[in-house]
Every structure is written in C-alpha cells, then in structure tokens.
Design a protein around this ligand. Structure first.
Ligand code: RB5
Length: 144
C-alpha cells in the first residue's frame, strides 16, 4: 500500500513521526511536504495529498496540521476524498468501518504522538463494512 502524507508547519513534527512508523511497516510513503517548521499555508498541502489519493497515485492519505481541521477541509474539497479528523482510536475505527475514510487528518498540537500512531495503526488495519447501509451512504457521499 502506498500512503501519501503531507502537513503544514503545525503538523510537521507529527508527519515525520508517522512517516517513520509507516516506513517501519514497510509501506511505501509519498511525502508531499512541508519540509520544516517554517510557516506555510495548509490548504495547498491538504489539497495536494488528496489529489494524490483521488488520482490513484497513492492508495490512501494522511494529513497533519495544528488541529487537523484546516487541512482536512482542504482535502475534502477533492471529489472522492473522505478525510476524517481523528482524535481517538475509536474515531479511526469508525472512520474506516462506516465512512470508508481514504484519508485521515491529525493535529500536531492537539494529539500526542503515541495516540496519533495508534490512530494511524487502527485506520490502516480496519476494513470498511461494505455491502449494507454504510456502503449506500458512502455511495451517496460520492454522488455529490
Ligand atoms: C497554523 O497556525 C494552524 O492554523 C494550522 O496548523 C491548523 O491548525 C489549521 O486548521
């Protein structure tokens, strides 16, 4: 599985931690920046990561900013993207089971690294509960 990852300055350190975790799992990582804690604007990074997923360049995407909120809003502008801000393991689990989230957004200033890595692990390892009401609802999301 190939994972695209991106952040702004507020999520940079967390992005680097997650990238290391993904590489330890021998997943292919496409790092779309940013490359330091110098201030940048998060919309470009969220959008670029989402484009990589929507185009099939990557299978899934992870984005980080200070809270995960701004960069998730940017990612969700791209058709076919379902980017869930996750602050807990249960949110990551349900984002996969119910929403088939192909991206997650995490907050470098609001979520500690240990929790963020648990969230990432859960999101990677949880399957979508397709074939029923959740699939119908995700199809509706995709129709707009
Ligand atoms: C940047 O200061 C901060 O606003 C950004 O990282 C993010 O939290 C926005 O949602």
């Amino acid at each position: 599985m190939k994972i695209a990852i991106a952040s702004d300055h507020g999520g940079y350190k967390l992005k680097e931690e997650i990238k290391q975790y993904l590489q330890e799992r021998e997943l292919e990582v496409l790092d779309l920046g940013t490359d330091s804690e110098e201030s940048v604007d998060y919309p470009k990074f969220g959008y670029d990561c989402a484009e990589a997923v929507a185009s099939g360049t990557a299978d899934r995407g992870i984005v980080c900013c200070g809270t995960g909120i701004g960069i998730s809003i940017a990612a969700n502008k791209v058709k076919g993207i379902r980017c869930a801000v996750c602050t807990s393991v249960i949110m990551a689990e349900l984002a996969r089971q119910h929403n088939n989230a192909n991206m997650i957004a995490l907050g470098g200033r609001t979520t500690d690294t240990e929790t963020a890595l648990e969230i990432t692990k859960t999101w990677l390892d949880t399957e979508f509960e397709g074939g029923g009401r959740h699939e119908r609802r995700v199809n509706l999301l995709n129709s707009y």
